[in-house]
Design a binder for this molecule. Sequence first.
Ligand code: NI
Length: 217
Amino acid sequence: MLIVLAGVLEGEDLARVRARLDQAVWRDGKATAGPAARAVKNNLQAPGLADLGAFVMDALKRHPLFEIAARPRRASPVMFSKYEPGMDYGPHTDDALMGVEERLRADLSYTLFLADPESYDGGALTIENAAGEQAIKLAAGDCVLYPSGTIHHVAPVSAGARLAAVGWVQSTIRDAGQREILFDLSMTRMRLANAPREDVLRLDKSISNLLRMWAEV
Ligand code: NI
């Protein structure tokens, strides 16, 4: 399941991130790719922006849907990527295990779009699923969460520059189907926020008990 988190960065926060990236030093993205992805990765990345990455991660964590969509246990550092004309990232699947000192199992990947979609041509994140391919190109500040194990690619950029923040999340709920059940129940709970307490008590109980059954902490 793909989940779009709208408006993770807006206004001054989005402007701040873009201003920092305007000044960033960009390097070949192959340096951070796993062995399988290196051959098809053709983009730029800005290393050494840990504080900016933490700023973006804080914005993600504040988003009302991030917690119930990802059930995060730990997250990778945020990476910033740029695709200029002629650049793309061919079909690949993300590494299952990342990090050296702190190991992370990548359950979910995210792409937070930072450039206005009208400002560049191409560059859609394209994800394979049972029904075919889904091409995703979101407004600046919007983020898509998707399963790391899918085959996906970034279509070639033919004009302008595609800027994004990307990263990976290890979920407390390893199984995507279980995560989806909990997401649906939690969305329903949010819609019933104003319902009488006694009417939603058993829904709260069920969400809590499914978390007890399935969560790894
Ligand atoms: Ni990927």
